[in-house]
Design a protein around this ligand. Structure first.
Ligand SMILES: *[C@@H]1O[C@H](CO)[C@@H](O)[C@H](O)[C@H]1NC(C)=O
Ligand SMILES: *[C@@H]1O[C@H](CO)[C@@H](O)[C@H](O)[C@H]1NC(C)=O
Length: 473
């Protein structure tokens, strides 16, 4: 262990002592964190709550082994095109002020841009048999019964249809069959600073935290997450409330907070630094980052948010490690119509998944739902309802760019949860042939990997901010 870590750990224990000491105890000699980097990161080190993994191991694993390959995969045609309906009305309130800035806009794909293989079958299910259900549905719409389907296929189709309505889906299925749904090229519409902020943006997050995080009515968080001093006592109540929750409910809150943190890391890392008619320059804005994550400026919230970012990283990583058998089946293909490319991409995908499987410190979800089966089922249902709700709230985001990425990331996280809750089904999947019990749609696959790609990018960006803040005081 080099000296720097020794110093950091010393600092960490000092901070811990400081936090623990009551008001009337004599304080240990104060060593205020010196650099801005330490104010954001000194508590974000070592072991994370509720799991046996440490931040440094994640950083190394992610930044050098996973991130580069994942980026490459996400640039492929299969993963860059996401079909989304951005025109669904907000189910909860009417007065949405649309963000008119050009940076909030989303440019959908021209019709000839998306590979036919993705578009034509509009491939509802992955794998070859996917075509059949599509045809079958069409036949149903036309009132015809397609008798050419074998009995086995008919059975599979029936199961899939049931499956789709089943209680395994954590997200409101976005109606991608709607005429309003369009393909979006994610590479051309990157998640970055849009200028969408203020009351409208707070309202979304606030509703998510207030009404959807298993939170008792009596505890109010400050509306504006950047608000200073207001209600410091309340904040403490809030966290002691959080401590009192069972692991699972606490986990739900932390997932949402981690997602929120990740989005804010991106906005700070791709901030609009210069905006002239000639060009737009995007880059790191250290001030913006500090306002959201500095331990002092956020009264201790910032480092907690960053820890939650690592938490969501571990959860999604765990889900990916669990779903490997699904992608390993020979029938599974990342179908775009380009055979060579598709095969290469599948190889890269499996390489990434095996890397993920080899990660030594996976989150131990056995501590999840360790209670009796009835209790576990109830909790799963609670999780699912809350989560579906959050995906609907995304239709209320007034900035289309933010809505796009919000929807994609909630769907990705929802897919990760679906995987974690389907562990047995995945383990029992046949090695080849149709899988009746467990399926992922192309949409789910694209969102799962892109959502994880976002979190992975955030973890990588933390390293950049750590370096940038090193010399800031
Ligand atoms: C869903 O969200 C709405 C709007 O915030 C809220 O009124 C409702 O109680 C939520 N329902 C659940 C099940 O969380
Ligand atoms: C960085 O963000 C802050 C707000 O946090 C803003 O006031 C400042 O202008 C930004 N800096 C640049 C160079 O855009």
């Amino acid at each position: 262990m080099d000296r720097r870590w020794g110093f950091l750990i010393g600092l960490l224990s000092a901070a811990w002592l400081l936090l623990r000491s009551g008001h009337d105890e004599p304080r240990p000699p104060e060593t205020p964190p010196e650099t801005a980097a330490q104010r954001c990161f000194c508590q974000v080190s070592g072991y994370l709550d509720d799991c046996t993994c440490d931040v440094e191991t994640i950083d190394k694993f992610n930044n050098y082994r996973l991130f580069p390959r994942l980026q490459k995969l996400l640039e492929s045609d299969y993963f860059r095109y996401y079909k989304v309906n951005l025109k669904r009305p907000c189910p909860f309130w009417k007065d949405i002020s649309q963000c008119g800035r050009r940076d909030c806009a989303v440019k959908p794909c021209e019709s000839d841009e998306v590979p036919d293989g993705i578009k034509s079958a509009s491939y509802k299910y992955s794998g070859e048999a996917g075509n059949l259900i599509e045809e079958c549905e069409q036949a149903e719409r036309l009132g015809a019964v397609d008798e050419s389907l074998s009995e086995e296929t008919q059975k599979a189709v029936l199961q899939w249809t049931k499956h789709d309505d089943s209680s395994d889906n954590f997200c409101e299925a976005d109606d991608i069959q709607s005429p309003d749904a369009e393909y979006v090229d994610l590479l051309l519409n990157p998640e970055r600073y849009t200028g969408y902020k203020g009351p409208d943006a707070w309202r979304i997050w606030n509703v998510i935290y207030e009404e959807n995080c298993f939170k008792p009515q009596t505890i109010k968080r400050p509306l504006n997450p950047l608000a200073s001093s207001q209600g410091k006592g309340e904040e403490n109540t809030f966290y002691s409330w959080l401590e009192g929750l069972c692991v699972e409910k606490r986990a739900f809150y932390r997932l949402i907070s981690g997602l929120h943190a990740s989005i804010n890391v991106h906005l700070s890392a791709r901030y609009l630094l210069q905006d002239t008619w000639l060009e737009q320059i995007w880059g790191h804005n250290v001030t913006e980052f500090q306002q959201r994550f500095d331990g002092i400026l956020t009264e201790g919230e910032g480092p907690r948010r960053l820890k939650n970012l690592y938490f969501i990283y571990l959860i999604e990583l765990r889900a990916l490690s669990k779903v490997v058998p699904f992608f390993e089946r020979p029938d599974f293909q990342l179908f775009t119509g380009n055979k060579v490319q598709d095969a290469e991409n599948k190889m890269l995908l499996l390489e990434i998944l095996h890397e993920i499987k080899s990660f030594p410190l996976h989150f131990d979800e056995n501590s999840f739902f360790a209670g009796d089966k009835k209790e576990a089922n109830k909790l799963k249902e609670d999780f699912r309802l809350h989560f579906r709700n959050i995906s609907r709230i995304m239709d209320c985001v007034g900035c289309f760019k933010c809505r796009l990425w919000g929807k994609l990331q909630t769907q990705g996280l929802g897919t990760a949860l679906k995987i974690l809750f389907s562990e047995k089904l995945i383990a029992n999947m046949p090695e080849s042939g149709p899988s009746y019990e467990f399926q992922l749609t192309r949409q789910e696959i694209v969102s799962l990997f892109n959502a994880f790609g976002r979190i992975s990018t955030s973890v990588k960006e933390l390293e950049n901010f750590r370096n940038l803040l090193q010399n800031v005081h």
